[in-house]
Every structure is written in structure tokens, then in C-alpha cells.
Design a protein around this ligand. Sequence first.
Ligand code: CP3
Length: 343
Amino acid sequence: MLKNDLLLRALKGEKTERVPVWMMRQAGRYLPDYLKLKAKYDFFTRVQTPELATQITLQPIDQVGVDAAIIFSDILVIPQAMGMEVLMEEGKGPSLPKVIESQANVDALVTTGVEENLKYVMDALALTKKELNGRVPLIGFAGAPWTLLCYMVEGKGSKTWDKAKQFAYTQPVVAHSLLQKITDITIQYLKAQVKAGADVVQVFDSWAGSLSPADFKMYAQPYLLQIAAALKEDAPVILFPKGTWHALGDLSKSGASGLGIDWCIEPKMARAFTNNSITLQGNFDPAKLLAPIPEIKKAVKEMIDGFGTQRYIANLGHGITPNVPVDHAKAFVDAVKEYGVSE
Ligand code: CP3
């Protein structure tokens, strides 16, 4: 039994006595205890050792007081499980030395044995669930097909994702076969995460906003809809297609329980685009956490005034950055908790 089920109730559209709050990338480099483990173990050792992943997942619950845990892992474990080499280089971010260029490359990707290949994630979820002992819900996650295609084709982060787009625009059949392969494996992976203990799953489409509305409808939305439809009987699904205010209306009918939004849209507009019909999550500018604490508190109040206290999950509009002081992250969480009892 969960002692704090605010997140789950908000996702079901049930009444919550206060707004639940968590932060994307809440387990990470702004926390001094995370940095201590980072100094000792490399990235994939931290990800693949259930005891370490659990310890890292629990840090923000204990230290910042968020209302949900998100399992410590990465979206790139899927390309890795499909047979691609993924390196995490200090100061540079991820790199995939051998990128996808052709149908033959897509055909060579492994799509069987996901649960066995990613058993360490399921073990970390089960152990975290046990250690949480019902304190807060546990969120599992995966990268969305378009965002994973970006890394698998580009081989590293990009401001423009022009190589990934060139691949989609010049070899659309190959791109769709890759997107479908990722979708199929992601559905299996998320279902396994729910079986292992995830109470909610979130799909990160971090680079969805690199596409025009028409191309988003072509290369991203159909796959998000497949994932939402396949998972909705298993657990509540939160879709986070960053930068796609234009798709909020369509996605509100996807069967997902929640939509994550970034800070480039006003809360009231997001409510209007979704016809007040779905739980919204977001949308604090992560860089605003670098403002003085009184400014953070003021902006949090304005954000909640805009969304309202029901069918709402307070969060950032993208991941927290490493330079945020812990007391500023905590001020954000506290400001949500202090907003007051909702009617
Ligand atoms: O809340 C959590 O911290 C859970 C863990 C989590 C990580 N990555 C750990 C991580 C989650 C939810 C992710 C998702 C992820 N990974 C996304 C989607 C969310 C987003 O921010 O858009 C993306 C695009 C990635 C890919 C990725 N992994 C990048 C671009 C980087 C390098 C840049 C960066 O922010 O560090 C990573 C590495 C990574 N994943 C780190 C962490 C804590 C930093 C590396 C380290 O600590 O050694």
C-alpha cells in the first residue's frame, strides 16, 4: 500500500488534497551524494548495478522530498540492448560510434530477449520498490522512438538533429521500419517495468520539438499513440513530447493519463488545447531554479495558479541541470507543498 499516492490520484483524475511534485532528472549531478558515487563508479556501472541504481533513485526522495521516485537509468539502454555500442563520455554526453545508416543496419538490430538483456533494470525496480516501502510511487521510463532514432542515427547529441532528419526525409521507409522496431521493443520493455514494480511509466520524447507539426505527425506521434494504447491497461502513462504544444489536443485523446509540457506554453493555453480533459505535468523552466529563492517561490505560485490544483503534477519543463543548488531544488518542491489545500 502506498502512503503517498498523490501522483497516482492526479493521473487518474481523482481529487488530490495538494499538488504532487517531482522533477525530471531528479536523481543526478546537482546532488553531492550522487557525485560521490559518480567519482567511484562509471555511468553504466551505476546504471547496471541494482544496489547503486536504487541508492541513487532514493537520494532525491530523502533529500529533496519529492512525491515520486524515478528509476535511475537512461533512455539509451534500449539502443544498447538492441546491440549498439553506447559510450558516456565525461563532459561530452553520450556517443554511439556505429550509427544507423541503412535498412541493413536496421535489420541487424536485435529485438528479442529485451527482458533478459535489461534484467538489471527490472532488478533495480524491484529492489527500489522494496526499499521505498510504499513511501511514494515509482516511475519507470523509456525514450520515445523519435528521440531514440535521433541518437541512433546522429551518434551523439545535436542542436539541430539535421542528420536524423535527413535520414527520415531521404529514407522514410527505412526510418519508419526503425521507429516501428523501437516501438515494439519499448512496449515490451515498459510492460516488463510495470511487472517489476513501476507504478507509472513516462515516455521521454525530448527532441520531438525539433520536428515541424507535420513531421511530428509523421515520425513521432503514431509511435507515441501505439505505446500509450499498448500500456494503458498496465499502468498510467505520461507522455512528454517536449516542444509540441501543437500536438497536445491529439495526444490528450491517446489513452495516456498525463502529458508533460515545457515552459514555452502558458498553463492556461495548455489547458485550453487539451480541453481540460487530461492531467498535465510541468512546466517550470529548469533554469529558473537558478533565480533567488523568493523568485522561485513566486514563479511556482504563478504556475499553480495557471494550471489549477487538480489534474496537475508540478514538475520542471525539462531535466534539472547540474548547476542547481540543492536548496533551490528543495525550495521549488516546498513551494508546491506550501501552495495550500485544494478545493
Ligand atoms: O531522474 C533521473 O535522474 C532518472 C535518470 C535519468 C537519466 N537519464 C540519468 C542520466 C533519466 C530519466 C534520463 C533520461 C534521458 N537520458 C533523456 C530524456 C530526458 C531528457 O533530459 O531529455 C535523454 C535525452 C538522455 C540521454 C542522455 N543521458 C544525455 C543527453 C546525457 C548526457 C547529458 C547529461 O545531461 O548528462 C545522459 C547521461 C546521463 N543520464 C546522466 C544522468 C544522471 C549524466 C551522466 C553522469 O552522471 O555520469
